[in-house]
Design a protein around this ligand. Structure first.
Ligand SMILES: C[S@@+](CC[C@H](N)C(=O)[O-])C[C@H]1O[C@@H](n2cnc3c(N)ncnc32)[C@H](O)[C@@H]1O
Length: 431
């Protein structure tokens, strides 16, 4: 029996550099640590999160002295998860390296044409150059790749925790500068309507904002009494699609994860500003990534057909969507859900493949509503895992006051009678 606390995320200021990137889709570090410490593991054990997001599982495993692997298809989340792993012993290097980055960025004259730069969606040419100079200087000092205008996505996998730390500071400051483009939906950042709405910010101002940001996190590290993990538990945080895990069969002891929400959250749009920093253009890498991420709002031209391996609850729910009277239910929304469940099943089958016999897989899953229909995702995950031969041994349900399923205000009047979203932690073992 696992002791499972409510996974809901809260802000914990006693964790320097660990809770400083605002992320809407994670669970709490304390929940993940408690769960991992419940399971008898040794120095050869490996914990995996195939949808690692902000890296709560990998951080919790590392703090518990256990090796971990974290995968995410979105390079921004890979960088965020790496930055969260920055060790206490590395923190004294932050300010000396920042001094060098700052001097170079101040002296650099940015002559590159900014007209095709994805950051131009929100910033004037001066604003774009202000951010690019600093990004270029971070790369020069910590990645040694300055020949191209943008960071090669392949380099994200090799990026150190320290380089990721500086990128995340840049992301945080960019987010702050782009506040006028925030909408009531925390996962949606609108683009500027015209040139006059774009933000003009000087290089000096951006440098100052980053300096303030870095000094604050560095001060938190110095003031913190956070215990230092005795044995450095290695962690590999990489770009990988959950539908095709780059791991051998039966190689993982524990999987702790939460699948992308099935509430049409566009994880690419949610990180569009950060992806722009990495050079993801709307008509190139960005669109491809947007299509490939699970939970996307985009739909494929032809959706995969439902399969018996998706379980009875899923097939019943899909039939109800298909016959629903509301506009586009039988077309756009059906395809959108077919695509989601197809990816979910393919990913769960990878989970079952890589888990060792007697290994444990715990999923944090929220239910939601589609119009007046209940999308019982926890039950769907249970049935898919059951069909894959995993044995469910525990389920803990936590009622949520609000959740991402209620973000879209236009969908509220359709909610099923008395619907209150629930977050479930469902645990399985492999025979
Ligand atoms: C619910 S979030 C995970 C949150 C994480 N547990 C945390 O605490 O931060 C789901 C993540 O899955 C990622 N994702 C979506 N589709 C994916 C895919 N096909 N392969 C790998 N990761 C994917 C998203 O980028 C997102 O970061």
């Amino acid at each position: 029996m696992l002791i499972v606390e409510c996974p809901k995320r809260y802000s914990d200021s006693s964790l320097p550099g660990r809770e400083t990137y605002s992320y809407y889709a994670g669970y709490s570090l304390s929940f993940a640590e408690q769960l991992i410490r419940n399971i008898p593991l040794d120095s050869s054990s490996i914990v995996l999160d195939p949808w690692n997001g902000s890296g709560t599982t990998t951080l919790a495993a590392s703090r518990s002295g256990v090796r971990s692997i974290g995968y995410d298809l979105n390079p921004v989340m890979v960088i965020v998860a790496k930055a969260r792993m920055l060790r206490h012993s590395t923190s004294p290097s932050i300010l000396p390296i920042w001094s060098k980055i700052k001097v170079e960025a101040s002296e650099l004259s940015w002559k590159t044409d900014t007209s095709g730069d994805p950051l131009r969606d929100w910033l004037t040419p001066t604003g774009v150059a202000s951010f690019r100079r600093i990004e270029f200087s971070i790369r020069n000092h910590l990645i040694h790749e300055t020949t191209d205008t943008f960071l090669d996505p392949q380099r994200v996998n090799k990026m150190s925790d320290l380089a990721a730390f500086f990128y995340v500071s840049l992301f945080r400051v960019l987010r702050k500068v782009l506040t006028p483009f925030k909408t009531s939906n925390p996962t949606w950042l609108r683009r500027a309507k015209n040139e006059s709405e774009k933000i003009k910010i000087t290089p000096g101002k951006v440098l100052q904002l980053i300096e303030d940001d870095i000094r604050e996190v560095e001060r938190q590290f110095r003031a913190s009494l956070e215990p230092i993990v005795p044995d450095a538990a290695a962690s590999d945080i990489l770009i990988c699609n959950s539908e095709q895990l780059i791991l051998p069969d039966c190689s993982i002891d524990v999987i702790l994860t939460s699948p992308p929400y099935c509430t049409r959250i566009d994880y690419a749009v949610a990180t569009s500003a950060e992806l722009a920093v990495l050079g993801y253009f709307k008509d190139d890498g960005f669109t491809t990534l947007r299509h490939d991420l699970m939970g996307t709002t985009t739909v494929p031209s032809s959706a995969p057909p439902a399969k018996p391996t998706w379980g009875g609850t899923c097939i019943d729910f899909l039939e109800k969507i298909e016959t629903h009277k509301s506009v586009a239910s039988s077309t756009y929304y059906l395809k959108n859900h077919l695509r989601y469940f197809s990816s979910l099943q393919a990913s769960l089958s990878e989970v079952a493949r890589v888990l060792k016999p007697q290994g444990i897989a715990s999923f944090v899953v929220q239910d939601s509503a589609y119009k007046d229909l209940h999308n019982d995702l926890p039950e769907i995950v249970s049935e898919m895992c059951d069909i894959l031969g995993l044995i469910q041994f525990q389920r803990d349900d936590f009622s949520l006051g609000s959740s991402l399923s209620s973000i879209n205000s236009r969908s509220r009047p359709y909610k099923p009678e008395g619907f209150r979203p629930t977050e479930s932690v469902i645990s399985f073992y492999k025979q």
